[in-house]
Design a protein around this ligand. Structure first.
Ligand code: GLU
Length: 260
């Protein structure tokens, strides 16, 4: 009997040691980034002033500065961030298929997304608003009933608008520039999206205007794949963002992009 128990214990010990080694051998996302020697970040190229291409052909914007700040803290030096362009509609797919380590791409945190993604602390709060032609009679969200309204596929505005203005004729585009062209050419009457992105168009082009009311709160955060492999990366990135918020560094970067 004793022999049987000892044999069983020996088997369990060998088996569990194997389990522990296996656990340890699975690198966390942060370890993978450190081993690889760079951090791959999905960023926008059509969302001024968050993610866009500057006149020298380089990625620029508030999201890009956040990525560089995180990269510098993680590696202790600059120049370790690789940018991959994403759009509102393909960003989650690019994150889940491991094309990128994280998204810093005007991405709002909400309950639905939290079911399948992890998020850092928030680094900006936007709000949904309406962009329309200057001569338009549209004054508020309810005036959009029966009108042709543009949303960007994959954005929070898509679901919000369907619920708030059920009789709007919704037209979807993949990028902000396509959406903007649709209201410029009269194919649509308005765009509903984040004030911070739409304001860029209103500032550059006096023939369009951003209506003053904000209909939602959109807290932007860095998005990660869900699961314990990402835990230490999420914690590290949140720590960097919290620290930069405390020291006033984030505010300084926001102001440098004309954001409040
Ligand atoms: N922040 C909103 C979202 O995450 C809209 C901005 C965007 O198109 O990225 O859906």
């Amino acid at each position: 009997m004793l022999k049987k128990i000892l044999t069983l214990l020996a088997i369990i010990t060998v088996f569990c040691t194997g389990c522990a080694q296996k656990e340890q051998n699975v690198s966390s996302d942060l370890e993978k980034i450190l081993e690889r020697g760079n951090m791959i970040v999905g960023v926008k190229t059509d969302s001024y002033p968050f993610g866009y291409i500057d006149k020298n052909g380089k990625n620029a914007g508030y999201d890009i500065d956040i990525a560089n700040l995180i990269g510098k803290e993680i590696f202790g030096q600059s120049g370790k961030v690789k940018f991959v362009p994403v759009t509102t509609s393909d960003r989650i797919m690019k994150l889940l298929s491991e094309d990128v380590d994280m998204l810093i791409a005007t991405m709002s945190v909400n309950k639905t997304r939290e079911q399948y993604l992890d998020f850092s602390s928030s680094y900006y709060i936007a709000g949904q608003a309406v962009l329309t032609r200057n001569i338009s009679k549209i004054r508020s969200l309810k005036d959009l009933n029966g009108k042709k309204v543009v949303i960007i596929f994959g954005s929070t505005a898509e679901s919000n608008l369907r619920a708030a203005v059920p009789n709007a004729k919704i037209i979807g585009y993949k990028t902000y520039n396509e959406a903007y062209n649709a209201i410029k050419t009269g194919k649509a009457d308005a765009i509903v999206s984040d004030d911070s992105i739409l304001l860029g168009y209103a500032l550059k082009d006096k023939s369009v205007k951003l209506l003053p009311k904000r209909y939602t709160k959109e807290p932007y955060a860095v998005a990660f794949r869900k699961g314990h492999e990402s835990d230490d990366l999420v914690r590290t990135v949140s720590g960097i963002i919290n620290q930069a918020e405390r020291t006033g560094k984030l505010k300084h970067i926001r102001h440098s992009h004309g954001l409040k």
